[in-house]
Write a protein that binds this ligand. Structure first.
Ligand SMILES: Nc1ncnc2c1ncn2[C@@H]1O[C@H](COP(=O)(O)OP(=O)(O)OP(=O)(O)O)[C@@H](O)[C@H]1O
Ligand SMILES: [Mg+2]
Length: 366
């Protein structure tokens, strides 16, 4: 018995590897006509083998890729038959793209050359790279916006303090004027502190302190924090609270923060309206016991198309003194509770924000 594999055995062995390989393998004539493709290659491009055979490689490689392949072949010819790998975009039968990594291997066959291409699907790696880049991009944007936001109060503080120093140097004894300037400086310093505090709230995804609460009580208590605003702008808050709501398990402080942010926006939206529209309605609803809903409606001017797109993005604001973190913080809090926040146009006029949070059944049964 000979230890050498027969030609047929060798052929069978390579066929098995070819069929079982997880990477796509494509074999073409020197002119690019496809003469074989393994199942992984067919799956990757969503083609049946019979539909690929006889086609040119342009059916599954875009133009840029076809010229990259020509370079790979040149490289393989002068490098013992193997090329390095390059990133390409392949085309599926439905026209969609798949990012791939390709190596060309030269198959000399007597008088002519054939080519074998190893095609690896790298869409997962590309998605991760993209997610990473998006995060870096978002952080960059946040840092830029933060620098911009902070520079305004800091410049103002510098100017106020310079003014005060000048007064003092000139020996002015106008204490009232001095006190006014100092108060203005303090207000700006407080604004800078608020920006940083809001940003910290936004970035923090810290431990949640879930405990049992009565939702309606949370709503009533949150409103106490807005007494100043409602009195100052003569805005009326109407409560329409569902009876017999089940106990909810939430982080009270966080949920209050979310409600306050939305109601504060609603108050700011109606404060310049005619008196009959200076109303904000807060409703609680329990639907089928699986989740609870809080709805906050105002009769203000509503959202512009740009606002509709961007309101949950950090630092999006249309207000002169807004920071643009209120709703971004809200969305963070609601999502951390496994819930969802959305907005629609109010029937008459204005905006409706709806918060849906699942009721934790496991805890209810205890
Ligand atoms: N009820 C509303 N009616 C109309 N526009 C709204 C309403 N709520 C939010 N907006 C729009 O969405 C923007 C973003 O709101 P968000 O609460 O995130 O930031 P802000 O109120 O501008 O600043 P702050 O960080 O101080 O809350 C607002 O500037 C406003 O244009
Ligand atoms: Mg706000």
């Amino acid at each position: 018995m000979t230890s050498q594999l027969s030609w047929q055995e060798t052929e069978e062995r390579y066929r098995k590897i070819f069929d079982a390989a997880r990477d796509g393998i494509l074999v073409t004539e020197d002119d690019g006509i496809i003469i074989d493709a393994n199942p992984a290659c067919c799956n990757l491009h969503v083609y049946m083998l019979k539909d690929l055979l006889g086609q040119s490689i342009e059916a599954i490689f875009n133009d840029e890729c076809v010229s990259k392949l020509a370079t790979l072949r040149e490289e393989a010819r002068s490098n013992g038959g193997y090329s390095q790998h390059v990133d390409c975009l392949n085309i599926r039968k439905d026209g969609s793209n798949i990012p791939t990594e390709i190596v060309a291997v030269m198959l000399p066959n007597h008088s002519h050359i054939r080519w074998l291409y190893l095609i690896r699907d790298i869409s997962e790696r590309k998605n991760m790279e993209f997610a990473h880049l998006s995060r870096i991009n978002m952080m960059g944007q946040m840092a830029m916006s933060l620098a911009h936001e902070l520079s305004q109060p800091l410049t103002a503080i510098t100017n106020y303090l310079k003014g005060a120093t000048r007064h003092l140097k000139e020996g002015s004894s106008d204490n009232e004027k001095l006190s006014e300037v100092m108060t203005a400086a303090i207000q700006q310093a407080e604004r800078a502190a608020t920006i940083i505090k809001d940003l910290r709230n936004f970035v923090r995804r810290g431990e949640f302190q879930l405990a049992a609460y009565d939702l309606n009580k949370i709503i009533k208590e949150s409103m106490a924090y807005l007494d100043n605003e409602t009195q100052q702008y003569h805005v009326k808050i109407d409560l329409k609270l569902a009876k017999d709501l089940p106990t909810i398990f939430v982080d009270k402080l966080q949920l209050e923060q979310a409600i306050i942010n939305i109601v504060k926006n609603a108050i700011e939206a109606v404060r310049d309206c005619r008196q009959e529209h200076k109303r904000v309605l807060i409703e609680t609803l329990a639907i089928t016991n699986s989740h609870f809903t809080i709805r906050i409606s105002d009769e203000g001017p509503g959202l512009s198309a740009e606002a509709k797109e961007n309101i949950f993005k950090p630092f999006f604001t249309t207000k002169k003194h807004g920071i643009g973190l209120g709703l971004a913080i809200c969305a963070n809090i609601i999502e951390a509770h496994g819930g969802h926040i959305s907005h629609t146009t109010n029937d008459g006029q204005g905006t409706v924000f709806t918060i849906d949070i699942p009721i934790d059944k496991r805890r209810l049964e205890k």
